[in-house]
Write a protein that binds this ligand. Structure first.
Ligand code: ADP
Ligand code: MG
Ligand code: MG
Length: 761
């Protein structure tokens, strides 16, 4: 070991070409890059992030390095500090935190310079910077660099000024400079809003040469950084200086258009275009949203349960919802929703509930239907009997108009201006490119012909989960299943099943027509029988009450449901399969059937003995821990797997989702005990590894077995990356998430396996 190691460099001049953003931060590194590219950047140097950390530990600045760089700056400019030279001291973190840290301008003596550098490094820990990092998940350990740069003066006359611009329109993505210019001003004057800036076209008229030079430079920067840039510049007596460049923030609309157009222009490759759009940007694209919501004050807030914004007249019950919906959009307002409200929700344009979490009935149903929903708005007092919604002193009556923003969770009084999110040609082009790249298939969950049509419109390759519970919910079907449950004789049962078979056949015919050759996986009945005998309908009827008591369970979710029910009553599944066969005889369809809640292959063998005659492909839903551990044997027995990651997550965590989200999960997340809600983001280390094991044993037993995922995670980008690594064949998600999933699956392919399932983590 050397006795005295030379101190590592802590200060770097712009001209040195050292561009490490982990040392210089974004602003600093980009200033160095722009200097190297020959752009007009006022000279300066960067006190590095290393120096920040030493300063934090010891309180010492690298004084001699700073002296040396300052001397160099003085000789470059031919001026000395205080004598014609003043500098700015600017913060520069490795992650952009716009406006969160400080800037000191016009520093003109040695003394102030050092104090300013200390202040700027210290501004890493001001309250608003800490809060910003907390909100955006940025590590507090990163630290910031300080940039010291010769000042240029925008406020020394009419042919001076300062401006900011985006190289393309950040709202629409249009390829046109978008920005503002303020003559005879310093940069802060634009931000402070004391004077109204002119559009850039004004600069083009006043100083065409400056504008032409600016245009050339910013377009060069866009091409160099391969992305739309957000640029700050100053003009000093007709001479242009560029002070900052960074990737510009933009709407989903703009992100897609910019990526596709830059690709068409040959500025970026296809994979870069795919990586330049976030799945969230695609998501926001497809939902309507409030035009500049910051202009309006919400009257009420709740949980952002299903995204999108919509205005409509308030109704409080289902019959009213159906009637009123014919006269324009309505918002269904309920204390909470129950399965009976499905028709009201179907008629409504949006839903507001006072109670219930992100997995409440209202939330799940609206999300699947793609309707905006705010739930759990606890300050709302919903009085359906009198038709009033009270919020504090305010009252909204039936027929009053409100706006529900399910993306933010806010409720506004009256009708607000909305921007709708139709897919554009550019989005379709981007998603088609994604389709050519991704390895994961993208299917959709859909229960009705309407949802199948939606899924097709969004580019789903198949229907990975068609639940049949809905087929029991029409009045006729409900009556028939109740007769089945209450029957005393075989003859009664057979007759009830015959009626159900006819009703379900009609449903399947409609769905198969809409599928038009697209594959579908029909999940056989998965709910406990007693749900068909709700308390409200049995009271007073001794026989029903008695049967309901017989069927009652302490924990129905873990009780007599799914395959367990079918082992007891195989004729139920047989009836469903017969109905499918009847429908197929009229409208050909690529149907597979799936058995829920399986734990052992004996169950699959037993059920198959009742439905194998149909010749349909038969698969199992993998949603119990035991099924994962028995995946090899199960794979020998059935044609396909579909992981039900919602129930599987409940089983792996021993969390009941409803209870967890209502009670303790928020506390876990607030305290950082869990990083993410495992019902939103698939838990890689537990559920993911369990799935990985299941996939391994399944493929060993049956190398070509098809495996999909039909839980809600299938439409969530981070979960999709994990599922890509697990190696399933496809994900199936709600129709509205299909475009998001197509992009996320392509991004997962481009990024490759990034160790998400690493066993050491
Ligand atoms: P932020 O990180 O908040 O964007 P900056 O470091 O960019 O802060 O500084 C804010 C503003 O100060 C700049 O937009 C620019 O107008 C002005 N400014 C900073 N450095 C200089 C300089 N060397 N010459 C002239 N103006 C400067
Ligand atoms: Mg800036
Ligand atoms: Mg399930």
């Amino acid at each position: 070991m050397a006795e005295s190691q030379p101190e590592a460099r802590q200060v770097y001049g712009f001209g040195e070409g050292f561009e490490d953003r982990n040392q210089l931060g974004n602003k600093g590194a980009n200033l160095v890059t722009m200097t190297r590219l020959g752009l007009p950047v006022p000279p300066g140097f960067v006190v590095s992030i290393d120096a920040f950390h030493r300063f934090a530990d010891t309180g010492e600045l690298p004084g001699s390095d700073i002296d040396r760089e300052l001397a160099l700056l003085e000789s470059t400019t031919g001026r000395s500090l205080g004598n014609g030279l003043s500098v700015s001291v600017r913060s520069s973190g490795p992650v952009s935190m716009p406006g969160m840290m400080d800037t000191v301008l016009n520093v003109a003596d040695r003394e102030t310079l050092l104090r300013s550098i200390r202040d700027i490094l210290g501004s890493w820990n001001v309250d608003r910077a800490i809060a910003y990092r907390d909100l955006n998940g940025i590590s507090h350990d990163l630290g910031t660099a300080a940039v010291v740069q010769a000042m240029v003066m925008g406020n020394v006359g009419a042919n001076s000024g300062t401006g900011v611009l985006f190289t393309r329109d950040p709202n629409t993505g249009e390829d046109e400079l978008f920005g503002e210019y303020l003559a005879n001003a310093q940069g802060e004057d634009i931000v402070s809003g004391t004077r109204t800036p002119e559009p850039l076209s004004w600069l083009a008229e006043q100083q065409p040469d400056v504008y032409a030079e600016l245009y050339r430079h910013v377009k060069d920067l866009e091409a160099y950084f391969r992305d739309m840039q957000d640029i700050e510049f100053t003009v000093e007596e007709g001479t242009l200086y560029i002070l900052q460049t960074r990737s510009g923030k933009r709407t989903g609309q703009a992100a897609v258009r910019i990526a596709v157009e830059m690709m068409r222009e040959g500025l970026i490759r296809r994979d870069e275009a795919l990586m330049n759009v976030t799945p969230d940007q695609v998501r926001s694209f497809l939902h309507s949203r409030i035009d500049r919501p910051e202009r309006f004050l919400p009257v009420l807030s709740g949980l952002a349960a299903a995204p999108g914004a919509v205005s409509g007249r308030i109704v409080f019950d289902n019959a009213d919802a159906r009637n009123q919906a014919q006269r324009g959009p309505i918002i269904l307002v309920r204390p909470e929703t129950i399965p009976d409200d499905i028709q009201g929700i179907a008629a409504a344009a949006g839903v507001l509930t006072a109670r219930g979490g992100l997995s409440s009935h209202a939330a799940i149903v609206t999300r699947a239907m793609g309707k905006p929903c705010v739930c759990g708005a606890e300050d709302a007092d919903v009085d359906p009997v009198n038709g009033v919604l009270r919020v504090g002193d305010a009252e909204f009556k039936r027929g009053d108009v409100i706006t529900v923003d399910g993306t933010s969770g806010h409720i506004y009084s009256g009708e607000l201006p909305l921007i709708s999110g139709e897919p554009t040609g550019e989005l379709e082009e981007l998603l088609e490119i994604a389709d050519g790249v991704r390895r994961l298939g993208v299917w959709a969950n859909a229960d009705t012909p309407e949802m199948v049509a939606l899924a097709q419109g969004f580019g789903a390759e198949g229907i990975g989960l068609l639940r049949t519970e809905r087929q029991f919910s029409s009045p006729e079907s409900l009556a028939a299943i109740r007769r089945f449950i209450l029957s005393d004789t075989d003859a009664e049962r057979t007759e009830a099943l015959g009626d159900l078979r006819n009703l379900q056949r009609e449903d399947f015919i409609k769905i198969f027509r809409q599928l038009d050759g697209m594959p579908v996986i029909v999940r056989l009945l998965d709910i406990p029988l007693h749900e068909f005998l709700p308390e409200s309908m049995v009271t007073g009827d001794a026989r029903s009450e008695h049967r309901r008591e017989e069927l009652a369970e302490i924990n129905p979710m873990m009780g007599h449901r799914g395959v367990r029910l079918a082992i007891s009553f195989p004729e139920l599944y047989r009836m469903q399969v017969d109905a499918i066969q009847d429908a197929k005889a009229l409208v050909d369809a690529r149907v597979s059937v799936m058995i829920p809640q399986v734990i052992t292959r004996q169950e699959a063998i037993e059920i198959k003995s009742h439905i194998n005659h149909s010749g349909l492909r038969i698969g199992v839903m993998i949603e119990t821990v035991r099924a994962c551990m028995r995946a090899g044997r199960l794979a020998e027995t059935v044609d396909f797997f579909s992981f039900g990651t919602n129930d599987l997550t409940q089983a792996v965590f021993s969390f009941s989702r409803e209870d967890a989200e209502k009670e303790f999960l928020t506390t876990y997340l607030d305290k950082g005990v869990l990083e993410d809600n495992p019902f939103e983001v698939l838990d890689a280390k537990g559920v993911g590894r369990l799935m990985d094991t299941a996939v391994y044993w399944a493929r060993r037993a049956s190398p070509t077995i098809e495996m999909g995922v039909c839980g809600e995670h299938g439409g969530e980008p981070r979960s999709i990356a994990i599922l890509h690594a697990v190696g399933v064949n496809y994900v199936s998600c709600s129709p509205f998430r299909v475009p998001v999933a197509r992009l996320a699956a392509a991004q997962a392919t481009i990024q490759g396996d990034v160790g998400l399932l690493a066993t050491t983590a």
